[in-house]
Design a protein around this ligand. Structure first.
Ligand code: SF4
Ligand code: FES
Length: 240
């Protein structure tokens, strides 16, 4: 265990944990956007910016992926922090002004509208969908692609592979900006992504007739867990 001070409160945290983990444990709120507790952090949105003081030197960093250390001093709400956080949220708001999650963050920081304009984009490149597909689903159907000769971040995108995607909708579930949406229309699941639409055939329950899950997702589960395919002939509601 290491001891650190967050907003002058002495906190004990496990070595290897992050400032965000330690703050959460101590009941100190730090806002986040690209972070999810079940996924490895990448520190891309900078909404969780905090100030750290080590050896008398202060710097700004992202709490979700900065590891705690003995004697570390952290400020979660200093003038510098609020200014940096406001800039991070203004950048997001300028790109995606109608996202509920971003509007909520902006409201908490007293931002009514960004003080600059940027090209609007559905996807804010948080890579939550990429990480969820890789780390939880294990399919790697979503990749982050920085385009152009200079691998320009402004031209970057997340790209879904229809060949690999099993239609499970984890990416839509985790996306904080509704850039990925899912609609089930009778026997078809339609997933709309920043890189285009994909369609999946849904399996029909032999008992109630309901279309209940993508066939490709069920095939994937059967293969991965060495199950008998017949177990998915019926939907969960009609199973014993
Ligand atoms: S599609 Fe959504 S989850 Fe994926 S990177 Fe873009 S904003 Fe993040
Ligand atoms: S939540 Fe930490 S950088 Fe996005």
């Amino acid at each position: 265990m290491v001891k650190l001070a967050i907003d002058d409160k002495v906190v004990e945290a496990e070595g290897g944990s992050t400032i965000l983990d330690a703050a959460n444990k101590a009941g100190i709120h730090i806002p986040t956007l690209c972070y999810h507790e079940s996924l490895s952090p990448i520190g891309s949105c900078r909404v969780c910016t905090v100030e750290v003081i080590t050896d008398g030197t202060s710097s700004l960093t992202t709490a979700c992926n900065y590891l705690v250390g003995e004697g570390l001093k952290v400020r979660t709400n200093s003038e510098k922090v609020v200014e940096a956080r406001r800039l991070a949220v203004e950048l997001l708001l300028a790109q995606r002004p109608h996202s509920g999650r971003i509007l909520e963050l902006a409201k908490k920081l007293g931002i009514e509208e960004p003080s600059f304009t940027l090209k609007q984009r559905e996807c804010i490149l948080c890579e939550l969908c990429v990480r969820a597909c890789h780390e939880i689903v294990g399919v790697d159907a979503v990749t982050f692609v920085a385009k152009g000769i200079d691998r320009d971040i402004d031209e970057a995108a997340v790209v879904h592979s229809l060949e690999k995607c099993i239609g499970c909708d984890s990416c839509a579930y985790i996306c904080p900006t509704e850039a990925i949406t899912v609609e089930d229309v009778r026997a078809t699941r339609i997933i709309s992504t920043p890189s285009g639409k994909m369609e999946f055939r849904l399996k029909q329950c032999k008992v109630c007739g309901k279309y209940w899950a993508p066939e490709k997702q069920l095939d994937y589960i059967v293969e991965k867990w060495h199950l008998e395919p017949e177990i998915f002939d019926t939907c969960p509601d009609c199973r014993d």
